[in-house]
Design a binder for this molecule. Structure first.
Ligand code: F6P
Length: 320
């Protein structure tokens, strides 16, 4: 193999550019030709989406959010003929090794290509941090920090008006983002899909806070748990408090990547290139403690990433 390609797919995440840069520069330094595929897997179904990379192509991107390769959620890959067509396109471009940077959906696409003979290595890139077998994914740390900035700002205004704020954050069906940001931001409560919560209990905690003259409360709500506006309505129906709702939305997905995400992107990108060069396939890069490991792609589909309940309980203890 002398030529491989890299693409970013699904929701963009800060640090993806660091990973692309690392794949390209590691590959080039080992004598490989590297192609960039634009718009994720969708780029495999269009005419002119392949870029020829040289060392300069990835200059000046390590500090930028988003992805220089553009991204998409490719419907074509879900069609019965999709993966066959995509694999054929790669072979016709002389590419038989691919690095896919993205979340779970992107990993499924990668596995379909691997089943058709394309050597494939994945890198977890998603702010949701919902991928099994890895402590973190590229973009998570930056998103947590962006949410913290929002919490700090909300607390200023919440305190001035003695209000309660409900802040909805992303995470798809999971609450890892809400948990980390809620704990680090000193939120009074977090509501996540993984843990059954009780609105009466939350209201009781709010009232206890008011009794001891607390001037603000922040409730972080994971988007996958319930409609934040309904929760707000229910709280106001139960207790006489002044509340406001903020939906942070895509602001939490943009911005310059943190040092943690640049490091993770750089390390995982280089590791992915090394794995392809070593002839490996069907793996993804995972971080476990200080180490980057290669894990079979199938492990990521088991949906059993443990939810750190002890951190959830810590919030209940610390935010009184
Ligand atoms: O997976 C990343 C993510 O930002 C999720 O947290 C969120 O549910 C989803 O993507 C939003 O997708 P879109 O950008 O297509 O609206």
């Amino acid at each position: 193999m002398s030529r491989f390609a890299v693409l970013t797919s699904g929701g963009d995440a800060p640090g993806m550019n660091a990973a692309v840069r690392a794949v390209v520069r590691r590959g080039l330094s080992k004598g490989y030709e590297i192609k960039g595929i634009q718009r994720g897997f969708a780029g495999l179904f269009n005419g002119s989406e392949f870029l020829d990379f040289n060392l300069g192509s990835v200059a000046g991107i390590i500090h930028r959010g988003g992805t220089m390769l553009l991204t998409a959620r490719a419907e074509e890959m879900l069609q019965p003929e999709g993966p066959d067509r995509a694999a054929k396109r790669l072979f016709s471009e002389g590419v038989d090794g691919l690095v896919v940077i993205g979340g779970e959906g992107s990993f499924h696409g990668a596995l379909a290509l691997q089943d058709r003979g394309v050597k494939t290595i994945c890198i977890p890139g998603t702010i949701d941090n919902d991928i099994n077998e890895t402590d973190s994914s590229i973009g998570f740390d930056t998103a947590v920090n962006t949410i913290l900035d929002a919490i700090n700002r909300l607390r200023d205004t919440a305190t001035s008006h003695e209000r309660i704020f409900l802040l909805e954050v992303m995470g798809r069906h999971t609450g890892y983002l809400a948990l980390a940001a809620g704990l680090a931001g000193g939120a009074e409560s977090i509501l996540v899909p993984e843990i059954k919560w009780d609105l009466d209990d939350i209201c009781r905690r709010l009232l206890q806070g008011i009794e001891r003259q607390k001037t603000h409360s922040i409730i972080v709500v994971a988007e996958g748990t319930a409609d934040v506006f309904e929760i707000n309505k229910e709280i106001r129906r139960r207790i006489a408090v002044e509340t406001r709702v903020t939906v942070l939305g895509h602001i939490q997905r943009g911005g310059s990547p943190s040092a943690v995400d640049r490091l993770l992107g750089s390390r995982m990108g280089a590791a992915a290139a090394d794995l392809l060069i070593d002839g490996k396939s069907g793996l993804f890069t995972a971080v476990k403690g200080e180490r980057i490991e290669a894990i079979p792609l199938e492990e990521s589909f088991k949906n059993n990433k443990p939810f750190p309940k002890e951190l959830y309980e810590l919030i209940l203890d610390l935010s009184r």
